[in-house]
Design a protein around this ligand. Structure first.
Ligand code: NAD
Ligand code: MG
Length: 393
């Protein structure tokens, strides 16, 4: 077995963070927790410190950090406060591996810092690739660190692409198309004309996956699949034209790679994030994930169908932003984060999510994503415009 990995989990209190801890807990001789991080959930953070005893716990919210430090003064874990501490821990020389599982644009800076420090980066935070794809992939290539996909679909593609390395062209590997599967979310079979009435609770009730609220709403609008189209394009170095989205309601075939000779390779498994997480944690070895094994005799029926693009307009918005390039995907991601939050706060209806994102993209002029400051400024500009448009709706 390889060396003991010193791991940082960014977003340890979230859905992916907790699944990562579940896998790590099964392999204490293989992974040590250098640092766990969270935004503000003190009770959850305290419970994680007591159970896992990381060297550091970073709490972004300063008041929550002080609260946590008081609660765990009997432990050896040191509490650090503020978002700069996220950057500090991922860059520590002892750290070998970083799980990037913060939700949204807030994940970009620490994830990029981990890439720039040459760490093995396990990428769940798809928003960082969506908002800054070129800068992100340039940083990966420049620093020679390993980037491994955690999103189940991209992880499935990665597993179906033996020989793939960041920077290697898929044409060289004989690939003609990537098939990105989508469950279709909770509203797959719901009539389009009733979508204006759906509630946040209904949107968050995903049929197959138990996830955080933002990605759950993204799955309901299918913006999640749109973000994944962009993520796939950057990660594997392909154009939108080489990525085909396919509805597969059972979430068992986690995506496919089609080769020029007509072969299609895929990875199958139960809908359990511990599988892609264990794959990436141990790659290129294989470890036990704790997930139930898949019995296809019990599944019996695997279905595939095309996407209804009119009912789910967010997917086309994402394809268009990818094709446009520049800052378009940055605007798309930022506007989406703002409108999803407004929907969760019951300020706007479900159908307005796509409308407002579309309006933001239509009103902002595009530009080059030449550096991080430009991307961060574009993200802020799109957020402000989305807020204004929400107030008008
Ligand atoms: P979640 O909402 O359950 O957890 C988010 C984590 O990020 C929490 O630990 C929270 O404390 C932290 N966080 C939130 N805002 C922050 C901020 N401003 N600064 C620092 N930390 C902050 O989210 P999740 O479902 O675990 O998703 C995490 C990421 O993984 C997302 O990018 C999502 O798209 C991706 N992803 C999730 C799943 C899944 O099954 N949940 C699957 C594929 C990809
Ligand atoms: Mg996914």
């Amino acid at each position: 077995m390889s060396q003991v990995e010193q791991l940082v989990i960014l977003g340890a209190t979230g859905s992916v963070g907790l699944s990562t801890l579940a896998v790590v807990a099964e392999h204490p001789q293989r992974y040590q927790l250098f640092a766990l991080t969270a935004y503000s959930r003190v009770e959850k953070a305290e419970a994680l410190c007591r159970k896992f005893l990381p060297r550091y716990f970073v709490m972004v919210d300063v008041a929550a950090a002080a609260d946590l430090a008081g609660r765990i003064s009997d432990l050896s874990t040191e509490v650090l406060a503020g978002s700069d501490a996220l950057l500090a821990v991922v860059q520590e020389s002892d750290v070998s591996m970083v799980m990037a599982a913060i939700v949204g644009a807030a994940g970009l800076a620490p994830t990029l810092a981990a890439v720039e420090a040459g760490k093995v980066v396990l990428l769940a935070n798809k928003e960082s690739l969506v908002m800054a794809g070129q800068l992100f992939m340039d940083a990966v290539a420049r620093n020679g660190g390993q980037l491994l996909p955690i999103d189940s679909e991209q992880n499935a593609m990665f597993q179906s692409l033996p020989g793939f390395r960041v920077g290697k062209s898929l044409t060289e590997l004989g690939v003609v198309r990537l098939w990105l599967t989508a469950s279709g979310g909770p509203f797959l079979d719901r009539p389009a004309d009733s979508l204006s009435e759906v509630t946040p609770a209904q949107a968050c009730a995903h049929p197959n996956w138990d996830m955080g609220r933002k990605i759950s709403v993204d799955s309901a609008t299918m913006m999640n699949k749109g973000l994944e189209v962009i993520e796939t394009a950057w990660f594997f170095g392909v154009s939108g034209g080489q990525i085909e989205v396919l509805i597969h309601p059972q979430s068992i075939v986690h995506s496919m790679v089609e080769y020029r000779d007509g072969s299609i390779l895929s990875q199958l498994g139960s809908a359990d994030m511990r599988i892609p997480i264990a794959h990436a944690l141990a790659w290129p070895e294989r470890i036990h994930s704790g997930a139930a094994s898949l019995d296809l005799r019990k599944v019996a029926d695997l279905q595939f169908q095309p996407v209804d693009n009119e009912k789910f307009p967010c997917l086309d918005l994402a394809y268009a932003a990818l094709a446009e390039g520049g800052l378009a995907a940055t605007y798309l991601n930022a506007a989406n984060e703002v409108v999803v939050q407004a929907f969760l706060d019951e300020k706007i209806g479900f159908l307005k999510i796509a409308t407002v994102v579309d309006e933001v993209l239509g009103r902002l002029s595009n530009g080059q994503a030449q550096d991080l400051d430009t991307v961060v400024a574009a993200d802020a500009q799109a957020r402000r415009l989305a807020e204004t448009l929400i107030d008008k709706h």
